[in-house]
Write a protein that binds this ligand. Structure first.
Ligand SMILES: [Zn+2]
Length: 319
């Protein structure tokens, strides 16, 4: 028996506040996946959280159960709650739903209606969605549209990104893995809904295993980065600093962040370098060199397992 059914056994039809996730899955043409259920209405795949799950776990599980697809690279685009999310179900159950809306940057598998209540699964052009959307799904889609229109797409203040730039850090953050990228997914040591961190492809002679921290959404530089996202990046930087001390046994930690060519920037996606430091390592005098995936792998593996263990035992620093 699911968690909600169990609670219903105690509560009956009385109002219940539920927590769940809905997911925007897009195909290569940007069309949005919708599921049609028994009442003929269309809605986003998603559902309610089970005990022990994170919201991301709920999103991944529900998409798998309802569509047969495995999604990856989730970004939170909005939270929906309030009067528009009050439902009285056909059986009389009353709920006030709190729903996290995610966009999935990747999916794998074939569409298959695993749930017997699913009548159809289909990708729809976002400007031609069916009129009979399920209650709530219209608002989820609206959140997604708003997220798409947020300032990430506005023209940066001071931009040096060439026309048609294929951003390597966006690709890493989305979980892409192909020969055109210097950074592989095995270099990634941290990923959450806003920030990704990975062992850098270029190292300085005495500071092996330094890490880059990037926002998952594309912002070119410090002029454009939302301050709140800067705080998220700092939180991950701080975790890494603790990880470096524990894993590398370094004497200190330095960060560097470059903007515009004159500021030493050469990848047009905001990033913070986090370096392990050692006495007399002469970081600022040395020249960087490109590394091999084999060199980086043990550093990434050790950092990843330390961060995972630290995450499981609670945050390193609470605010
Ligand atoms: Zn980018």
């Amino acid at each position: 028996m699911g968690y909600i059914e169990e609670i219903r056994g105690v509560l009956g039809h009385r109002p219940l506040i539920t927590v769940g996730a809905a997911v925007i899955v897009r195909d290569a043409e940007g069309r949005v996946l919708l599921q049609q259920v028994a009442d003929q209405r269309w809605g986003l795949p998603g559902g309610l959280m089970e005990p022990g799950e994170s919201l991301e776990d709920t999103a991944v599980r529900e998409v798998w159960e309802e569509t047969g697809l495995t999604v990856d690279g989730l970004t939170l685009v909005g939270l929906c709650s309030g009067p528009g999310h009050h439902h009285v179900l056909d059986n009389g159950d009353e709920i006030y739903a709190v729903t996290a809306v995610f966009v999935a940057h990747r999916y794998a598998g074939e569409l298959s209606a695993r749930d017997p209540e699913t009548l159809a699964l289909r990708f729809w052009a976002p400007d031609r969605l069916p009129a009979n959307l399920r209650q709530g799904s219209d608002r989820f889609v609206e959140q997604f549209r708003r997220w798409l229109a947020e300032p990430a797409e506005k023209r940066p203040v001071y931009s040096h990104r060439p026309e048609g730039y294929r951003c390597p850090f966006c690709a890493v953050a989305r979980g892409e893995h192909h020969a055109g990228l210097r950074t592989l997914q095995q270099d990634v040591v941290w990923r959450d809904s806003r920030v990704t961190a990975f062992v850098a492809s270029h190292w300085w002679p005495r500071n092996a295993g330094h890490v880059l921290v990037v926002p998952n959404r594309h912002f070119e530089n410090v002029y454009d980065l939302p301050a709140a996202l800067g705080a998220d990046i700092q939180a991950v930087t701080q975790r890494l600093a603790h990880a470096f001390k524990a894993v590398y046994g370094c004497d200190g930690v330095s960060t560097r962040q470059h903007n515009e060519p004159a500021g030493g920037q050469d990848v047009w996606h905001y990033h913070v370098h986090v370096f392990p430091r050692y006495r007399a390592d002469e970081l600022y005098l040395g020249r960087r060199r490109e590394t091999t995936p084999e060199e980086r792998a043990p550093y990434a593996a050790k950092l990843r397992s330390w961060l995972e263990a630290a995450d499981a035992s609670g945050p390193a620093c609470s605010t």
